[in-house]
Every structure is written in C-alpha cells, then in structure tokens.
Design a protein around this ligand. Sequence first.
Ligand SMILES: [Zn+2]
Length: 280
Amino acid sequence: MQKTGKVRLPQGSTIALNLGFDFDSSSVWMESFGKTSPVYTSRGEYGAEVGVPRILNLLDKYHIKANFFVPGHTADTYPDVCREISAGGHEICHHGYVHEDPTELSYHEEENIIVKGLEALDRIGITPQGYRSPGFDFSPNTVELLQKYGFKYDSSLMGNDFYPYCPAPCIVHFDRGNEFGEPADIVEMPVSWYMDDFPHSEFVMTRTGMKPQSQVFEIWKSTLDYGADNIKDGVLNVTMHPQVIGRPHNIRMLEDFIIHAVSRGAYITTMMDIYERTEF
Ligand SMILES: [Zn+2]
C-alpha cells in the first residue's frame, strides 16, 4: 500500500492547489522533440518573452505564489526572466538541464545532468528543494539521486491524484506480479497528463493538441470540484507551460480556473508550502 500524506489546510479551505509552470523554453523542442530550427526555438522564446510576463501579471492580480520548474538551459538563456520570477516570491525547482528524458540514461549520465541543472540554478541564486522530471518520467536511479542531492520532494509521478505520497521503487515482471521496494524518503506531489496544458493544447506534428480551451477548463474544473467535494486534506497539482498557457485564449482560461478555484475554497500556494503542511 502507498504511504500517503495529508495536507494541513488553513481553516475554511477545501483543497490545496498548486499552479506549476514548466518553463522549458526551447529546451523541450531541442531535446524532447529533436528540433533546433528557428520556428521551434521561437516557440520557446515566446514562452520567455510573452508567456512568463503574462503569467506573472495574472498571479500578481490574484496574489498567488506558484512554482516554476526550470531546466538549467532556460536559466542560462534567460537569467533575468528567472530572477524576475524568483523576485516575485515564486518557487523555482529543478527540471533537468536540456529537458533530458532520464529513462535511458546511465546512473552517471543522469547524475551529471542533475549536477549541471543545480549549477545553472545556482548561477541565478537558486537552491531548489523540488524536482520535476522532464517529460514526467524516472529511471530506476532517479529516486536515489534525488535523495542523494537533498531534494525534499518530486512532482513527476502519477500514482495518486490528491494525496502526496512516498514513492516506492516498482520492479516490473512480465511473468508474475510486480514487486515494490521500501518507500523513499522524498515526498511525491502527483501529477497527471489530464491536468497538463501541453497535450491538450499544444500543436505538435503527428500528435493531437489545439483542443478548445473550454474543454480543458471542463476537465480541470471537474477535477478540482471532485477534490473540493470529496477529498479531505488533499492537493491538486496543475502543470502548465508558459509557451502554452501564455497564449491569449489559454491565459483567459487560466484566469477563469483561478476564479473558480477561489470560489470553491481552494488554498493556492507553492509546493514547498504544501510539502511543509504534509503529515504522514
Ligand atoms: Zn518540461
């Protein structure tokens, strides 16, 4: 059984809500999609130049502190944008160096990337407490490396929806049942592709995307409503990308979602705050 935690909510709140922005910039196109041509890199540029300022304005309007998961490559390309995010009181977390998928990496290769990301964030004055894997995946070594480098929490796995939990390594067998190891000493803040703007909205050749924002709003609203109505002491983590959610139709949808979440008594805060409120 999973070792799950409960989030101590401020009195009167129905659910904690984290707005997390994966500030991939061009790195997602360069590494995850193998695209380095000008149109692809300019989509990342849009995130930094247009998306982030719009997001920061919206967060300020509603006095919300959020999370930004920043690859080292983004920090090295847009240090001033990252400093502005940090100066706004938002939390910056580790998100790889050039958005590398860890699943095929050796222990040594993955460790080098974690160190490189830490060094890049250090150059903008950040010591991250949290990690999110680029593309939401782990290698068999990721949990051990996160513990080795002192991360308090991760936000990449999908083993729950409203409760933080301690991830246990799963050893996969095809000829018998899977085995689970001891729960790790880090806290998992679970995510899901449903609560992620990228697959719903972003156009990628041969994939879907470009869904009307009203459909995305319905999914996010229904999930939040379910949590507010049925879940006690839980949290909902929403994943967004400045180059996606920063588009005019999407940023308006995000504002509608924030207004709805506030009307349902959501306590909107950083992941570190949720971590500190989590009891096992
Ligand atoms: Zn990412």
